[in-house]
Design a protein around this ligand. Structure first.
Ligand SMILES: [Zn+2]
Ligand SMILES: [Zn+2]
Length: 256
């Protein structure tokens, strides 16, 4: 089983998983990078998984289904192109001996879902779209901070070895903010140097892994004293978990 990020647009990744000449892709905002990869690697596309309704995640779906006849699974609670099979919490998608569980993770959009599975011979993989990024999380376009915190808590409970397949290369800018929040986090500074080296070579920083994200991602660490002390001065003064998370997300929105 092979897992490859296909670059698309300026900073998207379309994740491609393939085995024995068969393939699945996740969030094909553009059909062309997928069609090129199918030709190059001599693959048949069986399946398309979609995490949410934004065009940079679904834009290539009609052209890909027309070209390949692939089956498409997407969120039941987001508006999808015609022909997409609706999935929600507790549903499963089986492909090539792997069962992918669907997890509802609203916040970035109202219907955002993730796919989590352990393909044979691989460490577990999580396709989390625009909800969890390396060192960050998605903007709250359609959900509340409490919803997003709950969604991230569900992802944080997955096995630490999980490969985190995010849909955007936002890592370096996320880590700059993370370092501002937790200047004394040594795991964070080591990871930032590692990612700077990768980007200098034109390589993706992804997939990340969940155990690492729990050590460095402030949005998974909003209950840690080191993160809370940075947020203490925010107005209005944060009181509960959702307040601290909201203050963190709000700060990141305007951070340059
Ligand atoms: Zn999005
Ligand atoms: Zn996106």
């Amino acid at each position: 089983m092979n897992l490859i990020p296909l670059p698309a647009f300026s900073d998207n990744y379309i994740w491609l998983l393939h085995h024995n000449g068969r393939a699945l892709v996740v969030d094909p905002g553009d059909a062309q990078p997928v069609l090129d990869a199918l030709t190059r690697l001599e693959l048949v596309l069986d399946l398309i998984l979609v995490t949410h309704h934004h065009m940079d995640h679904v834009g290539g779906v009609p052209a890909l289904t027309a070209a390949t006849g692939a089956t498409v699974y997407g969120p039941a609670k987001d508006t999808m192109p015609p022909g997409v099979m609706a999935m929600g919490q507790g549903d499963e998608v089986s492909w090539q001996g792997a069962d992918f569980q669907v997890i509802d993770i609203p916040g970035h959009t109202a219907g955002h879902i993730a796919f989590f599975g352990q393909p044979p011979g691989m460490t577990p993989v999580l396709f989390c779209g625009d909800t969890l990024f390396s060192g960050g999380c998605g903007r709250l376009f359609e959900g509340t901070p409490a919803q997003m915190l709950h969604s991230l808590d569900q992802l944080a409970a997955l096995p630490g070895t999980t490969q985190v397949c995010c849909a955007h290369e936002y890592t370096l800018s996320n880590l700059k903010f993370a370092r501002h929040i937790e200047p004394s986090n040594l795991d964070l500074s080591a990871y930032e140097s590692h990612c700077q080296n990768l980007r200098a070579q034109g390589l993706p920083t992804l997939p990340s892994n969940l155990g690492l994200e729990l050590k460095i991602n402030p949005f998974l660490r909003s209950r840690q004293p080191s993160v809370r002390s940075s947020l203490q001065h925010c107005a209005p003064s944060p009181v509960d978990d959702a307040d601290f998370f909201a203050a963190l997300r709000l700060w990141k929105n305007d951070y340059r």
